[in-house]
Write a protein that binds this ligand. Structure first.
Ligand code: FAD
Ligand code: SF4
Ligand code: SF4
Length: 398
């Protein structure tokens, strides 16, 4: 419920910021109409704290009207002028996971797309499993902005009431999801590694206590049940060409004054700047067993010959063998290449959680009991310093 108290001085500042034209000035007092979605934007803007939103206690809420599994669509810059943005792969991974959840719940799988220009993204979203695409097209959505995007997402949720909402655990998703969760007064489980339905609720599993145990989390008292999932954790389904999604165009009245952070300059780095192990098809990774930074360089050579990227365990990063951007694992990057070669890595749970969904894992370790062999398809018990040069030699001959 939203209320305007006697403190209202009739300044009218709340009127232009309301994205839903839900405020009228009547007798020099702000009065909210039924279009209000309780997004909370006016509360922040009022100079005399005259507006208050009260929410029902979570456990007393009626959840029967909440239906649908939603996936937040993340767009990324391409640097190409004709197609300046494309959908991030994590969105398709979430659609794959969301499809299973929606089928089990017998609800729709919906994609939520916020963009300044429609570049026909709906077709792609449909081919990856979305039944519906809620699309908001507005000039103010030209780039991600916490205030603007969270306002739109909160209003869509209040209007359509999904039961589940998933975001990529990316820089954007990690910024947006908590903001939306706090505006809606709901929970959020970050960095889930598995999602399922249990007794009609979203079962959110994620590593806890430094990755030593898996925690299963349910949110029985709040809707939507919200989770973020890291890129490369869920398997992407093959797109079904010709499968289409229904597009629901939503409007939002967005005022520039909502944008509290202004981007003054943007510098896009394409490759040269950072290592992109998250998208690599082949990763040659090394751990403490490589012993020295110099010996670790063998892996650079091997990965070059294979057309791959070098990865590292946290121990290798801590020892300065490789930069942090190469770290694979719980506190590094989650990867899912076609081939993951590991040299001198023991296979601690925090490392495994970041690479176990690789298609083929080949492990080299001199200890036959190293846990890495439990997830490896091919295991070589031996000295990494002998095996890596042999592989290099063989590849060079080829
Ligand atoms: P070690 O465990 O020391 O293993 C070295 C291995 O090399 C051994 O198995 C040994 O038999 C083998 N070896 C030695 N010499 C040779 C040789 N000549 N040839 C072949 N094999 C040899 N770790 C990560 O990797 N990524 C993370 O993101 C991450 N996040 C973490 C987050 C938290 C909260 C915590 C608590 C820990 C995290 N860790 C992470 C650390 C993790 O627990 C391990 O300490 C780390 O993965 C160990 O790295 P390692 O396998 O290289 O080293
Ligand atoms: Fe305020 Fe948002 Fe309601 Fe508009 S929709 S009146 S900004 S809470
Ligand atoms: Fe009243 Fe606050 Fe709106 Fe100004 S911003 S009109 S004081 S409710």
């Amino acid at each position: 419920m939203i209320e305007v108290s006697k403190k209202c001085i009739g300044c009218g500042k709340c009127v232009p910021v309301c994205p839903f034209a839900a405020i009228n000035m009547i007798d020099k007092k702000a009065v909210m109409n039924e279009a209000c979605t309780l997004c909370g934007v006016c509360v922040q803007i009022c100079p005399v704290q005259a507006i208050a939103i009260t929410r029902e206690e979570a456990s007393r809420r009626d959840h029967s009207g909440f239906k649908g599994v939603w996936v937040y669509v993340e767009l990324t810059e391409t640097g190409d002028k004709t197609h300046p943005k494309k959908i991030k792969p994590v969105t398709f991974e979430l659609l794959g996971a969301g499809r299973k959840l929606a089928d089990e719940l017998k609800e729709d799988l919906c994609a939520v797309l916020l963009t300044d220009k429609d570049h026909g993204y709906e077709k792609e979203l449909g081919s990856y499993g979305a039944d519906k695409v809620y699309m908001v097209e507005h000039d103010e959505l030209f780039e991600y902005n916490t205030d603007i995007f969270s306002t739109v997402v909160v209003s869509l949720v209040n209007r359509h009431k999904p039961s589940v909402m998933l975001y990529g655990a990316t820089i954007q998703g990690r910024d947006l999801a908590p903001r939306v969760a706090s505006a809606l007064y709901v929970g959020l489980t970050a960095d889930c590694t598995a999602l399922a339905i249990k007794d009609g609720l979203l079962l959110q599993s994620r590593p806890a206590f430094g990755g030593n145990i898996m925690a299963d989390i349910l949110s029985p008292n709040s809707r939507p049940q919200m989770a973020t999932v890291r890129p490369n954790v869920m398997k992407m389904n093959e797109p079904v060409h010709g499968r289409t999604a229904m597009t629901v165009r939503e409007s939002a009245k967005l005022d520039k004054s909502l944008r509290r952070v202004k981007v003054l300059e943007r510098k896009l780095s394409h490759d040269g700047g950072g290592v992109r192990i998250e998208n690599a098809k082949i990763i040659v990774s090394g751990g403490r067993g490589m012993k020295t930074k110099d010996k670790f360089k063998l892996l650079d050579e091997l990965s070059k010959l294979l057309g791959g990227v070098v990865g590292a365990s946290r121990a290798a990063v801590d020892l300065g063998f490789k930069e942090k951007t190469h770290q694979v694992g719980q506190s590094g990057t989650t990867v899912s290449p076609k081939l993951y070669l590991s040299f001198g890595i023991s296979g601690a749970v925090q490392h495994i959680v970041g690479m176990k969904s690789s298609d083929v894992i080949v492990a080299v370790n001199k200890d036959p009991n190293a846990p890495i062999f439990n997830v490896a398809k091919y295991g070589i018990v031996g000295d990494a310093h002998e095996i890596a040069p042999k592989l290099i030699e063989a590849l060079k001959k080829k």
